[in-house]
Design a protein around this ligand. Sequence first.
Ligand code: FES
Length: 134
Amino acid sequence: MLEKCDGEPDRPTLIICTNCKGSSTAGEAGAPLAGTRLADVTQALDGCDDVAIIRVRCLANCSRGPSVAMRHAGAWSYIFGGIDPDGDAGSLIEGARLLAGAPDGLMPWRGRPDCLKRGLIARIPPLDFTGDPA
Ligand code: FES
């Protein structure tokens, strides 16, 4: 039986797919998969305790990985693809902080790291969203 997960209401969360192969050589000849490397690098960053990081085996964005989901209580959730394990970890943290600080629950475009612009796959409304006005 699944238990209800309340998440972490005080911290934005990055959900990183560890099975993504990406387009790099990661995953070849015993090297870690690109997604695993991305999760490792992001979790190893210093001074990021304000952002929760969890791992998942697949986000169903396999052909456009490495893939990351981002969520925060009361905010929209985002799916990103094409994230560079060797260059974008800090941008993920930056984006999570932007999302957590957004008064309308939408990650602002201005100031958003480039990888979170070009890599945007989709956004999903928060649970209490009832629709845009007609
Ligand atoms: S393996 Fe990463 S999204 Fe499917």
